[in-house]
Design a protein around this ligand. Structure first.
Ligand SMILES: O=S(=O)(O)c1ccc(O)c(O)c1
Ligand SMILES: [Fe+2]
Length: 354
């Protein structure tokens, strides 16, 4: 790959939709529509096109039936239809595989381009998309757990510094990251829209999809989703949280869908739209970085993630991370290490896991 293209990168507005391969449409529909309350824009035997209540584009999530649960595409909206050709030229100069897509290749999306990016992810750039009813004020159909919009993608990749440079080349800016005293970067959050991130880079064997996140307006909507899953006796779909993130300051919940895809429900991060928005760097030993209240991060959150397809629909082989793994450098499961200058790290603290 050519790491430093000279052509102009596409003008990316935001993370806009994801296409996930699921192995049972009915089971997935029960989760994404029945529990999360996403709105069905269109469905057939092969796919379900979903949107959240404030969204007027055709979809922000496509669930496509397939034999292996995986990520089929992460899609970014660009600022105009002309930017789709800019994206194609930029990735051709990068030496990436580039596949133009005619209007309707994805239902509800106009002429677009899909690429295999330098990190191994299938990424689409589009502008034209069918407008559908925006349910912002349709309180008659919002559930108590109403989800407003798609917020971000989180991808697992072995070399976070290289992934950061690639996204900086696309015009993304780092809002927060996690480093150690030796300068190893464990994770970084990067934005185009004026919030904490459109994409987060998580150090680990990759390419894998760590999660996609939807935003609600209020914490009580997140709490209702937890209560709803409890009432269905599906508490096993709750992987981590609810809690308050250190990074981003958002209130969060992580769920696992019927195929194990991780979905975050997220609310109340902060504005990053001024040109001098400061980058916040966390120490990897700070046990409040991932949960502001110091609650432990379940090991599966660090180790498990969704497979990723290439543009032929074949699962991509993983590249192992060679730099230290975050879960390995914090004491035990997170929450039991703290960083206070000069203080000896205790053998264990209250609540030590056996
Ligand atoms: O767990 S972290 O506080 O690092 C975090 C912050 C923001 C996110 O969107 C996330 O998934 C995880
Ligand atoms: Fe997230």
């Amino acid at each position: 790959m050519n790491p430093q293209p000279t052509s102009t990168p596409p003008d990316i507005i935001r993370a806009a939709y994801a296409e996930l391969i699921v192995t049972d449409l009915a089971e997935s529909r029960a989760f994404y529509v029945g529990v999360l309350g996403l709105v069905v824009t269109y469905e057939d035997d092969e796919a379900i096109y979903l949107r959240a209540f404030e969204e007027y584009l055709h979809h922000s999530l496509v669930l496509r039936l397939g034999p292996v649960a995986a990520l089929a595409a992460l899609a970014y909206r660009v600022r105009s239809q002309d930017e789709v050709a800019v994206a194609a030229d930029y990735y051709r100069e990068l030496g990436a595989r580039v596949e133009p897509r005619p209007a309707g290749a994805t239902r509800g999306v106009g002429e677009a381009v899909r690429v295999e990016d330098p990190l191994g992810f299938p990424v689409e750039f589009f502008y034209d998309s069918e407008h559908v009813e925006r349910f912002t004020r349709r309180y008659d159909v919002h559930g108590a757990g109403a989800i407003s919009r798609l917020d971000h993608f989180n991808v697992m990749t072995p070399d976070v510094e290289a992934a950061r440079a690639y996204h900086e080349g696309l015009g993304f800016t780092v809002s927060e990251d996690i480093q150690d005293a030796e300068g190893t970067t464990y994770a970084a959050w990067m934005y185009r829209k004026p919030t904490v991130h459109d994409v987060a880079l998580t150090g680990g064997d990759g390419p894998r999809l760590h999660h996609i996140a939807f935003a609600t307006h209020e914490q009580h909507q997140i709490l209702h989703i937890c209560d709803h899953l409890g009432a269905l006796r599906q508490s096993d779909k709750i992987e981590r949280g609810p809690g308050r993130h250190g990074v981003s300051n958002a209130f969060y919940l992580y769920l696992r869908d019927p195929d194990g895809h991780r979905i975050e429900i997220y609310t109340q991060d902060y504005y990053t739209g001024d040109p001098d928005n400061p980058t916040l760097t966390w120490d990897v030993h700070d046990n409040q970085r991932r949960d502001w209240w110091g609650n432990p991060v379940v090991p599966s959150w660090y180790s498990e993630a969704s497979a990723v397809l290439d543009l032929d629909g074949v699962v991509r082989p993983l590249v192992a991370r060679t730099e230290p793994a975050e879960a390995a450098v914090t004491i035990g499961a997170d929450g039991f290490s703290y960083t206070r200058e000069g203080e000896p790290i205790p053998e264990y603290k209250l609540g030590h896991q056996l």
